[in-house]
Every structure is written in structure tokens, then in C-alpha cells.
Design a protein around this ligand. Structure first.
Ligand code: ATP
Ligand code: MN
Length: 418
């Protein structure tokens, strides 16, 4: 089968399997910064036992996934994110809303997004999707959901209570950020940073009085070590109050996309559908782009970065997010089986998510997703399965002979026959 064929190529080294071949490149990368305050001397060598968890994460990225199923490194990786001393916090340039890059003594880094909204607060119905807040708990919940779906295409994210004075203001070298700190009328410490959306006194994020809930996502390898390509989503929304996008008006839109590279070959179209299903489940309308690692060309997984606008509403579903699936009627066999599993009473998606999220350190402060959001997940999962059934019925009747299910498990059947 194709998968076995490409696997042989990987073994022969024609196609590379790992993003970063060994740790030596990092020794060169960090040599220039090894005298900085607060950082440890570099403790690792080429032996993997000496590597900090964030480095093991980087070295474990393959063309198919960010980390393996039952990753032995995961527990320590998230524990470090949640507890290690923050030695530096600077604003991340680019993007529309405030976020910080935090550094740890062992050179690990995390992308920080602050809490801006209460868990039980629903996004204002009069706000367009493109002016919605980003939510720290959505970043955390998206990581758990992506893992439960068996994708492993979101970098690990953990919740943390951050002391805005000790862990941001006192350690930042970012003057522009430091200048935006103030004490609110009730004595909480707040800051707002500099960005193009919601960075003003009115939209400040505040500690309570100093502790601020936030999400910390493990940083991917620096772009100078692993370049990424950004792809515009063919089903991108118009980001306008008045314009419609072509996929909203053209009934044959998918037929065109299916013939357009890279969607015409390999697994790109079904990989895109995987992402659409994730987004529909969490109701994320903001997937304007996705990224891939350049090294792997077109034959690789899609990174599901930037999930802060998911989980904004639980009382309403957004069928237009599923439009690619409705229009193309294509889904991976493995994804379809996973979704069916998560609809069974013993593996119910809401229960699996509740249990998974309760492992996060912020669960002690408050559950990461309120019960109505968990209920919405199971309702939306049912909609996805119904959409697939409807597609199958449609394909049976239209006589086109096109399959709804993309068989990505053929090699497994082949190997179990042995
Ligand atoms: N874990 C990560 N490691 C490294 N880079 C990341 C990570 N997560 C996101 N990024 C990068 O940071 C950029 C900005 O992050 P994000 O998309 O979350 O912010 P944003 O303000 O919503 O951006 P935009 O307004 O462009 O959608 C992303 O385009 C992505 O390339
Ligand atoms: Mn965004």
C-alpha cells in the first residue's frame, strides 16, 4: 500500500521522518546566549537522557505528528511548563492580540495567553467572529480535544496562575510592555501591552490581585531551525461584515478545490477535514490559515495553532464551519472510527474531555470548560456523524462511485493478515 511504500522510503532516508535530526544544532543555537542572567548552563549533550523535556519534544516531531501516542515525555513536559521559574517574558510580535513569550532557566520557551473572559461568559452575539476575544481556556481545551481525537497536531498547552509582578513585570526586558502596568481602582495589578486589538487601559488583563490565569503553550522549534509554511484556508471567512466568501455562494466550490494543488494529491484534503471537525466541535470560526513544516513538503500533517477563539458559545452551533465536510464529503477512515468511538457511552466525548481537562493545574481554580460546553461537544459530535451518514447516502444515490471514507488504514489490515 501507499503508506507502507512511503514508510520504506522513510527507512531508507529518502523521506526524512524527523523534523530535527539531532540535538547538536541546539548547542550552536544557544552558545551565543549562554551567559544570560537567570539561565542555567547548558546541561545536555547528545545523549537523549540529558535532554530537557522541551528538547525531547522538538526532537520527537515527525512528518506525521507533533508527539507520539502515549508519549513518555508528556507528563514532565507539561509539569515543567506549569511550574518552572519564568526568567523572561517579552511580547510576541505579530498577531492581533496580546501574547508573551516566556523563557525558563533550561532554555525552554512557552507562548503565554492571559485570561480575558469568565468561563461561563458567552461571546457577545453582536460581535463578529473576527472581533471576538481569545480565551486561554480555549487554547488549553483545544490541546486536549486534538489529542483525544488522535491528531496530535497542537503543541502541548497547560494552564498556570502567573504572578504578574514577579513573573512578568520584574523579569521583562520589554520596555514597551513594562510601561503598560498599573494598579486598578480595587488594587489589582493590570497591564495591557501593545497590539492591534484590545491593547488599551479598557481592555487590560488584571491579576487577582496579582495572580493571573493564563495558558502556556510549548514553543515550536525556532523558525531559523525549522521553517514553516503558512497556507491560506480555502474555506477562509471573508473577515468583513458585508462580503461573502466564494465557498458560501458557489455550490461546486469543493470540486474546484479537489483539483487544486495541494488538495488534489495525498492526504491534504482529508487532513483539512480533520481540522474542520476539530473547529466545528469547539466552534472556532477563525481558522484563516494553517501551517506546515517546510522540510516535509506537502506530505505532512497540518499544525492546528491559534485556537483561542474556540469555545466561545455553547448554546449555539455554527454549521458553516462544517461546510468543507458537507461540500466535499470526504473523511479519513481513522477519524471516522475515532468519532464513532467517542460517541459510545463508555468513551463519551464529554466525559473523556472532562476527565482529561481535570489533569490541568488550573482545574483546581475552576473547571476549564463549563458543563454546557461539554454538552455542546457531544451535540456537535452527533452532527458530524450525521453529516457523514448523509454524505454516504448521497454518494450511494448519485452513482458517482466516489467514496466518502478515505482509507488510511489499508496498511493496518494488510499487516494484521500476516
Ligand atoms: N506554540 C507555538 N510555537 C511557536 N509559534 C507559535 C506557537 N503558536 C503560535 N505560534 C505562532 O505565533 C503566531 C501568532 O499566534 P496566534 O495565531 O495564536 O496569534 P493571533 O494574535 O491570533 O494571530 P492572528 O491575529 O494572526 O490570528 C502564529 O501565526 C504562529 O505562527
Ligand atoms: Mn488568531
Amino acid at each position: 500500500s501507499y503508506v507502507f511504500f512511503s514508510y520504506q522510503y522513510v527507512c531508507k532516508g529518502v523521506l526524512s521522518r524527523n523534523l530535527i535530526s539531532d540535538s547538536s544544532i541546539y548547542l550552536l543555537f544557544y552558545r551565543k546566549s549562554d551567559t544570560q542572567d537567570g539561565y542555567e548552563d547548558i546541561q545536555w549533550n547528545r545523549s537523549s537522557e540529558s535532554h530537557p523535556p522541551w528538547l525531547r519534544f522538538h526532537l520527537g516531531i515527525t512528518r506525521w505528528e507533533l508527539y507520539p501516542h502515549q508519549d513518555p515525555n508528556m507528563e514532565l513536559l507539561v509539569q515543567h511548563l506549569a511550574t518552572h521559574r519564568i526568567v523572561s517574558a517579552v511580547q510576541k510580535s505579530g498577531g492581533t492580540q496580546l501574547k508573551l513569550v516566556m523563557s525558563f532557566p533550561n532554555y525552554g520557551q512557552a507562548l503565554f495567553k492571559p485570561k480575558k473572559q469568565e468561563r461561563d461568559e458567552e461571546s457577545n452575539y453582536n460581535l463578529y467572529y473576527f472581533s471576538d476575544f481569545e480565551r486561554h481556556n480555549a487554547e488549553i481545551a483545544a490541546f486536549h480535544l486534538d489529542r483525544i481525537l488522535g491528531y496530535r497536531r497542537i503543541p502541548p498547552v497547560v494552564g498556570r496562575l502567573v504572578n504578574v509582578i514577579k513573573e512578568i513585570k520584574d523579569v521583562t526586558t520589554d520596555r514597551k510592555l513594562a510601561r503598560t502596568f498599573f494598579t486598578s481602582p480595587v488594587g489589582n495589578v493590570c497591564f495591557y501591552g501593545q497590539c492591534s486589538y484590545y491593547c488599551s487601559t479598557e481592555h487590560a488583563v488584571c491579576g487577582h490581585p496579582r495572580d493571573l490565569e493564563a495558558s502556556l503553550a510549548v514553543m515550536l522549534p525556532d523558525l531559523s531551525l525549522a521553517t514553516r509554511r503558512s497556507w491560506r484556508s480555502p474555506w477562509r471567512r471573508s473577515y468583513s461584515r458585508s462580503k461573502l466568501a466564494s465557498w458560501e455562494t458557489d455550490p461546486d466550490y469543493c470540486e474546484t478545490i479537489k483539483k487544486t494543488p495541494p488538495y488534489d494529491k495525498g492526504t491534504r484534503l482529508v487532513d483539512f477535514m480533520d481540522m474542520v471537525i476539530l473547529d466545528f466541535l469547539m466552534s472556532n470560526m477563525d481558522r484563516h490559515h494553517y501551517e506546515t513544516f517546510e522540510k516535509f513538503g506537502n506530505d505532512t500533517f497540518l499544525l492546528h495553532l491559534d485556537n483561542g477563539r474556540g469555545f466561545g458559545r455553547h448554546s449555539k452551533d455554527e454549521p458553516s464551519i462544517l461546510a468543507p465536510l458537507t461540500q466535499c464529503c470526504r473523511i479519513r477512515h481513522s477519524t471516522w472510527l475515532r468519532l464513532r468511538l467517542l460517541s459510545l457511552p463508555q468513551y463519551h466525548i464529554s466525559d473523556v474531555m472532562r476527565a482529561s481537562l481535570s489533569q490541568d493545574p488550573l482545574h483546581k481554580v475552576a473547571p476549564l470548560l463549563s458543563e454546557p460546553h461539554l454538552t455542546a461537544l457531544s451535540r456537535r459530535l452527533k452532527t458530524v456523524l450525521e453529516t457523514v451518514s448523509h454524505c454516504q447516502e448521497q454518494r450511494r444515490n448519485d452513482g458517482s462511485g466516489q467514496n466518502v471514507i478515505y482509507d488510511d488504514l489499508a496498511h493496518l489490515k494488510w499487516s494484521t493478515k500476516e
